[in-house]
Write a protein that binds this ligand. Structure first.
Ligand SMILES: [Zn+2]
Length: 350
């Protein structure tokens, strides 16, 4: 096991990436100026080298997943990187996964198996309904920041019991209401978009993928920063339990707007918290020297407000962009009509 050196460890991974990216359309699209262009236009059309490399890595990571799923569907898996030497190597050198994946806990959608990947390759978060609650987002942040995965996939699946339960309603026990509430916004959108009642669940499964991507954006400034840097690509997908295929949905259609809205929401939340803390501080509740101010920056008229307090509402207005939070996610324009299984919704299974 010790005969495998570090160079081989990283080299094998990058070798796979380069092999795949050598066929990527990105190479032709960005590295080569248009035919017949004057020499100076090459600099205009060529992106920064680091941007190009990041794009290649992101695309190569996704290509590795697509290729592995292709082998799985064809019944020709290679089961790569699953032997004793791989286990030893990943212990001695640490893990270097190339993708973080948020997927459902459903036992019929085993992530490493359906992508035909091995030990140390995928950083997987699995929870019923692939919901992005706080602890899932924290795990995702570890994957994309600490481990540096260039790809994050939110993967739903056909016949998801958690989404089905959210659609059907009914009494829920234990901690399930908290989980199902995370899916309800997607169900509401699906009810509005589905052509017929029997399409609500398949439509909601796709809408829930978008919903959870939005949750990740809104909860994690780390993720947003990685996406802005070009170090991370987030895509959605829906796994078909029966066919074994993944319907890749791509990036969120409103990604840029989501990034801005999430930044604004975070600034607003931070300012509100700071103002509230200031208003509730002992000095202020005792009518301190700088006057009273409530959580909304409204000064106490019975006091003579000092400089600073007077300007807090203006400060809020200047720092908070006007935003529309309504309809954060896209309505399912392609509500999985053509992508969902022939016999959707086998019922709850969690
Ligand atoms: Zn599920």
């Amino acid at each position: 096991m010790k005969t495998v050196c570090k160079a081989q460890w990283t080299g094998a991974w990058l070798g796979s990436l380069l092999l795949i990216t050598s066929h990527s359309p990105l190479r032709a699209d960005h590295a080569t100026p248009p035919a017949g262009s004057p020499p100076d236009s090459a600099a205009v059309h060529a992106p920064k080298a680091v941007d190009q490399i990041q794009a290649l890595i992101r695309e190569a990571s996704l290509a590795l997943l697509k290729e592995g799923n292709g082998r799985f569907v064809a019944g020709q898996p290679r089961h790569p990187n699953q032997d004793a030497s791989r286990r030893s190597l990943t212990v001695s050198e640490g893990q270097k996964p190339f993708a973080t994946i948020l997927a459902c806990s459903d036992s019929r959608s085993p992530v490493e198996t359906l992508f035909d990947r091995g030990v140390g390759e995928l950083f997987v978060v699995r929870v019923a309904g692939n919901v992005a609650d706080e602890t899932q987002v924290a795990t995702i942040e570890y994957g994309v920041e600490h481990l540096g995965t260039p790809l994050l996939v939110v993967l739903g699946h056909s016949g998801c019991g958690a989404v089905s339960a959210a659609c059907k309603g009914g009494e829920l026990h234990g901690h399930l209401p908290a989980l199902i509430s995370r899916i309800q916004p997607a169900v509401a959108k699906a009810r509005a978009a589905a052509a017929t009642p029997d399409r609500v669940i398949p439509t909601a499964i796709q809408a829930n993928v978008w919903q959870q991507i939005e949750e990740i954006y809104f909860q994690s400034s780390i993720v947003r920063e990685k996406v802005r840097e070009g170090a991370l690509q987030i895509v959605g997908g829906v796994y078909d339990l029966e066919k074994g295929t993944v319907n890749w949905l791509g990036a969120h259609p409103n990604q840029e707007a989501l990034l801005s809205q999430a930044d604004a929401a975070e600034r607003e939340s931070a300012l509100s918290a700071a103002l509230k803390a200031r208003a509730e501080s002992p000095a202020r509740s005792a009518g301190g020297a700088d006057g009273g101010t409530d959580a909304h920056g409204h000064g106490d008229a019975s006091q003579t407000p000092a400089q600073g307090t007077q300007h807090e509402p203006d400060l809020l207005r200047s720092l908070l962009p006007i935003r529309e939070v309504k309809a954060r996610s896209p309505q399912p324009e392609h509500p999985a009509e053509e992508h969902q299984p022939e016999h959707p919704s086998p019922g709850p299974h969690h």
